[in-house]
Ligand binder design. Structure first.
Ligand code: FAD
Length: 454
């Protein structure tokens, strides 16, 4: 028999339960047909960085399956059943998708497949979203108790990489979609082997100091595996297994970060509408600015020309690497929402179209957390002060100097507030477009009014 294995966010062969399920379904005399569908609903909004990275991951995967990967374009509810018929597949195997679109799409594929079963094995998470609940079966709304229950729930050991798989060959592929390479953008090397090498390097060289360096954007302190997790070149179970038994504060802190990823996927699973709407329903009425002035401020933010060095460095890193350090993601997001009073969703959409690790759950709930509309308990007081954040987390200005060359020669004392420098703001760098103290008051006032309203 032929078992069709439809790859989505699981572009690897190691620790891949759905692959093992497909191989078992095919049996000793059968073969596995590896397939990837270029779905316009996901491809079009992905942005150039993710499209480039994904195409490179697919080339890597194709080599790993001995050139048998079949690539087709179109809506999966049409493409997958047609391919199953064409190849005579008796089963279709996937890793479950927990996102709002993925769930609808898979239900549509399942209906269209008719008699041929769609078999879901595993997911891109250590614990499949929806499985960790409170004692009464309701979902968690707050991170810390979720994280405790998630750990107590536990996860399987990594599945072995199959020694050999009989791949089904000779099925026609569509021409891959075109994506021009991104000039000057430093993307991570694609594919499973590169992902494992990056992870091993982190374990060997940086894990020990992770707790202390994970917040300093001027040093390479984090693992930078987010794009690999996004497309499943690595599975979090593999990372958790490698960390098992390491009980120091850094390993602990890393497990907690992985738990955030699982938490946000769980939140989105239970409340799919929150990729767009405020998780905290009281916050749905918050007033954001719109119109030409807001558009102009948004454009200055996006171009890295707000006059606040750490904000501008972050937005330029987004352009230069399609990735931004976590601390700086929080700072730039806070600035857009609380200093410029622009709807968090505009910022989230801008990020999603540019990040190589852009992920609906982590991104949109990361934005909601910062905007004070999300899962956090007392969020609205939190307004990041960009100057103080810069001084605290980039004390010598290494990060700012790297991304904002105009500030390269400004003394460290002034690098986060160049408007105070005795020589003035360097030529070509803007003065602050807003006054943080003033905008902070405006933001807090809007939140307070909202809370006071019936
Ligand atoms: P590390 O510090 O090495 O962390 C290891 C892994 O833990 C990450 O790869 C990621 O999978 C997970 N993780 C770490 N922090 C978080 C977090 N706060 N929330 C969820 N997962 C986390 N992460 C994405 O993967 N995709 C996104 O689109 C995304 N958008 C974000 C938007 C905003 C506004 C904010 C504040 C955070 C966002 N994050 C997103 C979370 C975080 O910034 C990135 O996961 C992290 O910077 C990736 O770099 P790393 O792999 O070196 O992280």
């Amino acid at each position: 028999p032929i078992a069709l294995l439809w790859f989505r966010r699981d572009l690897r062969l190691a620790d891949h339960p759905a692959l093992l399920a497909a191989r078992d379904a095919a049996g000793p005399d059968g073969a596995v047909l590896p397939v990837f569908v270029v779905d316009p609903r996901l491809w079009d909004p992905a942005g150039a960085a993710r499209r480039c990275f994904l195409l490179d991951c697919l080339r890597d995967l194709d080599a790993a399956v001995d050139g048998a990967l079949v690539l087709r374009s179109g809506h999966p509810a049409r493409v997958i059943p047609a391919l199953a018929r064409e190849a005579g597949a008796e089963t279709v195997h996937v890793s479950a998708d927990a996102g709002p679109y993925g769930r609808q799409r898979d239900a549509a594929v399942e209906r269209a497949l008719g008699e041929v079963p769609l078999v879901r094995t595993g997911s891109p998470y250590a614990v499949t979203p929806g499985r960790v609940t409170k004692g009464d079966g309701t979902p968690f709304r707050v991170f810390s108790p979720f994280a405790r229950a998630w750990r107590a729930h536990g996860w399987r050991a990594p599945a072995p990489r199959p020694r050999s798989v009989a791949w089904c060959t000779g099925v026609r592929s569509d021409v891959p979609p075109q994506q021009a390479p991104l000039d000057g953008v430093r993307l991570p090397p694609a594919g499973e082997a590169a992902a494992r090498a990056a992870w091993r390097r982190f374990l060997d060289e940086r894990l020990a100091g992770y707790r202390d360096t994970r917040n300093t954007p001027g040093t390479e302190g984090t693992s930078r595996v987010s794009a690999y997790l996004k497309y499943g070149c690595l599975h979090p179970r593999t990372l958790l297994a490698d960390l098992a038994g390491i009980e120091d504060a850094s390993a602990e802190s890393y497990r907690t970060e992985l738990a955030w990823r699982e938490f946000y996927a769980d939140v989105l699973w239970h409340r799919p509408e929150t990729h767009r709407e405020a998780f905290d329903q009281r916050m749905r009425a918050i007033a954001y600015d719109t119109g030409p002035d807001a558009d102009e401020r948004f454009a200055a933010w996006a171009a890295g020309r707000t006059g606040y060095p750490i904000v501008d460095a972050g937005m330029r890193q987004l352009v230069g690497e399609a990735w931004v350090h976590n601390r700086v993601r929080m700072v730039v997001a806070s600035f857009l929402v609380k200093d410029l009073h622009v709807d968090w969703w505009r910022g989230a959409r801008h990020f999603l179209a540019r990040l190589v690790d852009g992920d609906l759950a982590s991104n949109n709930h990361g934005w909601q957390w910062v905007a004070g509309t999300g899962t956090d308990a007392s969020p609205y007081h939190r307004v990041f002060n960009p100057t103080r954040q810069g001084k605290q987390f980039d004390p010598d200005g290494a990060y700012v100097r790297r991304w904002v060359p105009e500030l390269r020669d400004v003394p460290a004392r002034y690098v986060h507030e160049p408007w105070l420098a005795p020589d003035g703001v360097p030529d070509g760098y803007p003065l602050p477009i807003v006054d943080h103290a003033e905008e902070r008051r405006v933001a807090l006032d809007r939140y307070a009014r909202l809370r006071a309203s019936p």
